[in-house]
Design a protein. Structure first.
Length: 151
C-alpha cells in the first residue's frame, strides 16, 4: 500500500499492526478516481478486527509473500473471510503475490494463478521494492470495479 500511495519502500518496515488507512486518487481513462484503502493486519491476533472493514468494499486485494509458503497457505482463511463478510455481491477480488524480486521463491506463479482461479479472483505478481506490478494491480482492480458497477 505504501509503495502505491506514497511511492515509498522501507525494507525495515514492520508488518501492519491493526489497520492502516490511506486515501489517494488516480486518473483512470480520463476520470479522477478516489480510493480509500484499508490495510488490515494479517497476523492471527488481529483477525477479529478485519471483518468489519469488508462491508461496502468494492474491491479486495489479498497479498501473500512468494518467499513464504505459510503466507500462501493462510490465504484460504482470508478468502473465506472475504467471501463471508463482503456485502457487495459484485465486489472484485484480487490476489497479489509480493516480493517477486527476492530469491528463494516458495510459491510458484502457477500455484498463485490456480488459487486465484479457484476463488474467481484477479491475479498479479508484484514487488513493492522494485515497484514492478504495483501500479498495474491497482489499475486492473479499478478497471474491473468500474466495469461491474456499470452492469
Amino acid at each position: 500500500m505504501l509503495r502505491f500511495v506514497d511511492d515509498t519502500f522501507d525494507p525495515e518496515l514492520a508488518a501492519t499492526i491493526g489497520v492502516d488507512f490511506r486515501v489517494t486518487s488516480m486518473n483512470v481513462d480520463g476520470n479522477r478516481v478516489k480510493l480509500a484503502i484499508w490495510d488490515t493486519a494479517g497476523q492471527e491476533r488481529f483477525r477479529t478486527l478485519t471483518p468489519s472493514y469488508y462491508r461496502g468494499a468494492q474491491g479486495v486485494i489479498c497479498v501473500y509473500d512468494v518467499t513464504s509458503r505459510s503466507s500462501f497457505e493462510n490465504l484460504d482463511h482470508w478468502m473465506t473471510e472475504v467471501e463471508t463478510y463482503i456485502t457487495k455481491g459484485d465486489a472484485v477480488k484480487m490476489l497479489v503475490g509480493n516480493k517477486i524480486d527476492m530469491p528463494n521463491r516458495e510459491v510458484s506463479r502457477e500455484d498463485g494463478l490456480k488459487f486465484a482461479k479457484r476463488h474467481r479472483a484477479l491475479f498479479i505478481e508484484a514487488s513493492a521494492k522494485t515497484k514492478e506490478g504495483v501500479q498495474c494491480a491497482f489499475e486492473e482492480l479499478i478497471e474491473k470495479v468500474r466495469f461491474f458497477s456499470f452492469l
